[in-house]
Design a protein around this ligand. Structure first.
Ligand code: PLP
Length: 471
């Protein structure tokens, strides 16, 4: 693998701050957005900028500043911003046929072939595909619906820290309490069980000697007739939690979840919306543990930047009738053409291997060095290019430090790095660049992060001393 293989995909001169961000044009557009769009707008509240151009793992704002992108549009742009092969494919399709409902087309058939060829081996020969509405959330809705159709049950088991989207069913499966206040119940009988968050084990165990308590608890809930949880229509899980804080579940935990769901005849939905499409160093995050889901949700990266989502499931579950889950924009043909190009690009470059190497050789070693150097980075973790650094006030107590993570995000932005935070306490800085980032840009971005941490540490010197002496 040559280190500069993706160099031509990027804007040159990254990162380059020529106008203190947000610059005047950004401010103008932000103000207009503030006046005209809903208070629900989110990302620009944390990173106040207006972008004009994106290439590979780089972004240019309307004032001419160039940023390194460690966020990839919330994990969509695995093949990079404006990947030329994808742009060409979408343009060609755009001038031929732009909307097609679910009639077959040659390009749709190509997408099916490409996707099937990349599925986990055991699913490849038995999979049925359903093009669902363009968002990940709708993919989750359709997965739940399919599971209910098959089992005749209504409840669901999800996990603490989970994020599955914002539509009624998907938000019900999402663990974030503040998003749900005054809204529930939408989907009834949803139960959240402990995820294998080993840094903060809900059972107080050390991961070296934990007896997989989290899996045992799931087993207990399923086997105890008085656990209070009726057998659900499905269990839904992310193999690596994204919004939960770049948390990879240990393989043994996932294998136990798979074993138990099989034993109790509960379909297992693995949500690959963020962790799939090569992000974690394998094409699908579930492949690290070797488990095969009954149902898999695919979105974000599959459209190469255009909205496209697909539900993948075992053919035995395909018991619903014509029209059971239809919609106007499902499998939009331009997005499908972009998706074919994205999948071919991923395959041609074995993007999962590139992500795995960059994560192992560049990101994790530097993050671990920074963890050793800083009193406030309690944990660094992740797989491939889905990584996180968790900020704490004190490494012993692990008290989360949300403001620190937010200030690091801000300091990164001012220096030319776009990065987001997540985690149970919003105290995890997340590293998820487009997978076509060059080694050079990755290293430059990591140094910006290191400088930002130093800046926030210096600004908090007194706070840190107060916290330490108040113990
Ligand atoms: C794991 C997972 N599932 C579902 C979703 C929802 O996708 P969307 O925002 O496209 O509705 C997300 C979005 O971040 C996600 O990360």
């Amino acid at each position: 693998m040559s280190d500069d293989k993706f160099r031509d995909l990027q804007l040159s001169d990254s990162a380059l701050i020529i106008e203190k961000p947000p610059g005047p044009r950004s401010r103008e557009l932000l103000q207009k957005q503030d006046q005209t769009e809903s208070a629900a707008v989110s990302y620009p509240k944390a990173i106040p900028v207006a972008f004009e151009e994106g290439k590979g793992a780089t972004l240019k704002d309307v004032d001419g500043n160039i940023y390194i992108d460690f966020f990839a549009g919330a994990g969509v742009l695995n093949t990079g911003h404006c990947n030329p092969e994808i742009v060409e494919a979408a343009k060609a399709q755009m001038s031929k046929l732009t909307h097609n409902l679910d009639f077959p087309t040659p390009i749709r058939a190509e997408l099916v072939d490409e996707l099937l060829s990349l599925l986990p081996a055991k699913l490849r020969n038995t999979a049925k595909l359903l093009f669902v509405a363009p968002t990940g959330s709708d993919t989750v809705e359709s997965a739940v619906k399919l599971a209910k159709f098959n089992t005749g049950r209504i409840g669901m088991i999800s996990f603490e820290g989970a994020y599955h989207g914002m539509t009624a069913g998907a938000i019900s499966l999402t663990a974030n309490k503040s998003l749900k206040e005054n809204l529930m119940p939408m989907l009834p009988e949803v139960h959240f069980l402990p995820y294998a968050y080993c840094y903060r084990c809900p059972f107080g165990k050390e991961s070296s000697d934990c007896g997989l308590e989290c899996a045992r608890y799931l087993e207990h809930v399923l086997e105890d007739p008085k656990s209070g949880i009726v057998d659900p229509a499905a269990i839904i899980i992310e193999a690596v939690q994204g919004e939960g804080g770049s948390l990879p579940a240990p393989d043994e935990f996932l294998r136990e979840v798979r074993r138990l769901s099989g034993e109790y005849c509960i379909p297992l939905i693995v949500d690959e919306i963020q962790a799939g499409m090569s992000r974690t160093g394998k094409m699908w995050a579930c492949q690290h543990s070797g488990i095969t889901p009954d149902i898999m949700t695919v979105s974000k990266g599959i459209g190469g930047g255009l909205p496209l989502s697909v539900l993948v499931f075992d053919e035995e579950l395909d018991v619903w009738e014509k029209g059971a889950h239809v919609g106007t924009f499902r499998g939009n043909v331009v997005a499908v053409a972009a998706g074919v190009a994205a999948l071919r690009f991923i395959k041609k470059h074995k993007l999962w291997k590139y992500a795995a190497r960059l994560g192992e050789d560049v990101f994790l070693p530097r993050l671990r060095e920074l963890q050793d150097e800083s009193r406030f980075i309690g944990d660094t973790r992740g797989k491939g290019l889905m990584l996180g650094a968790e900020f704490v006030m004190d490494k012993k107590t692990k008290r989360p430090w949300t403001e620190f993570a937010k200030d690091v995000r801000k300091a990164c932005y001012r220096r030319g790095l776009i990065i987001e935070i997540g985690g149970h306490f919003s105290n995890v800085v997340r590293f998820m660049p487009p997978l076509v980032i060059t080694r050079e840009l990755a290293e430059a971005g990591l140094e910006i992060f290191a400088d930002a941490v130093k800046e926030v540490e210096d600004a908090n010197k007194d706070t840190a001393v107060t916290i330490a002496s108040s113990k």
